[in-house]
Design a protein around this ligand. Sequence first.
Ligand code: ATP
Length: 411
Amino acid sequence: MSRISYFTDMEKSVVTANFLKRGWTSATSDEDWNFYWANTQTCRSLFSAESSYRLGDYQMINHFPNHYELTRKDLMVKNIKRYKREQDKERETRERSQFNLEFVPVTFILPADYNLFAEEYRRCPTCTWIMKPCGRSQGSGIFLVTKLSRIKKWSNEGNSSSSFGRHAQTAPPRESYVISKYIESPLLIGGKKFDLRLYVLVTSFRPIRAYLFRRGFCRFCSAKYDRSTHQMDNMLVHLTNVAIQKQGDDYNPHHGGKWSVDDLLFYIASLRGSDAADLLWQEICWVIGHSLKAVAPMMLSDPHCFECYGYDIIIDANLKPWLIEVNASPSLSTTTNTDHFLKLSLIDAILNVVLPPDGVPNAKWNKRPSAEALRGWIVLIDEEAKVGSAYARQNKANKAKSSRSDISRNK
Ligand SMILES: Nc1ncnc2c1ncn2[C@@H]1O[C@H](COP(=O)(O)OP(=O)(O)OP(=O)(O)O)[C@@H](O)[C@H]1O
């Protein structure tokens, strides 16, 4: 193959700079391509039943056809709930382990699961809940609620299409939402809430091959955390999305309210001891590993595809990590210099893993990257070489683990 051509409908400089660095050329819309960095919509239509496009051996694309099994808020929850049920059943016949598969906040899909939600609400009438539209991102449409009456009101307002209101028969169904138990006591640093954004590269779901980029980061709120009801509608206090925080007066454009994961672990180690920091990191790897196992049976593991997911994780005050969301197209926009270099090196690291040693896209390649290509990554799961992966190590560690709360309490 003389020339490798790429196509992209995203035009992100950190992506194209990496293609050009490799000497690839940009394909025009009527030319064939070897490597497509597509948005999720394009990828879906390319693989749709109506599409007559068939990918050749020398073509690769950056999403799995049904990536939404993990990246739509409602489907992720559904798949993880099913997985947990299966695992619990299996465990009845095996020894009980220390694994805690409750790593997603209790969540219901509205309006479909309204009755189940109302039952749960009555069990804990003082809990705070967070409402999130299933198909949106960047904090759009999110709000916090404590009162059942507000949810009833929500269902009847905005448009007349409530599926459990009086228009249910005639109106089109309204946008579906998930409602999740709000993590009310997050770990705070400097009095502020933050979440983790971690990048996870999956090159295959059968067998699962997944890698965690070492350079994740924390995204901080710009306003101090405050659980009181008069701050409930202040999203600068509660939502860590950069798109939201950028709107605040206290947003710092130099560091963008971000910390590296290494800084975070160092901070936790200095405050609660290195065992607590190690355990937290192991548990984060374990959570990500199980989320991938939960969706693997649903995934169309097309050999032309790979995907870099953006994992959002919140750590609570007991140092338990909670999986909040998985993004199919984690933002590649850059707000600071550090951000730019991080995302530039992320794309470079992705290409190193997904391309065969000769650098030519090839769907028939066995997807076994060299140790050199894996620089910058932690092997989370390699089902064909289980021993040595972070996930396998965690399985072992988990068996030996005493409870997390014991450790954090003793510090
Ligand atoms: N259960 C929860 N408990 C506490 N905070 C939460 C919870 N769910 C979401 N959040 C906060 O709200 C933010 C937005 O939530 P989420 O990531 O699910 O929505 P989104 O609009 O899809 O964002 P993204 O742009 O990352 O796709 C999170 O980054 C987190 O700060």
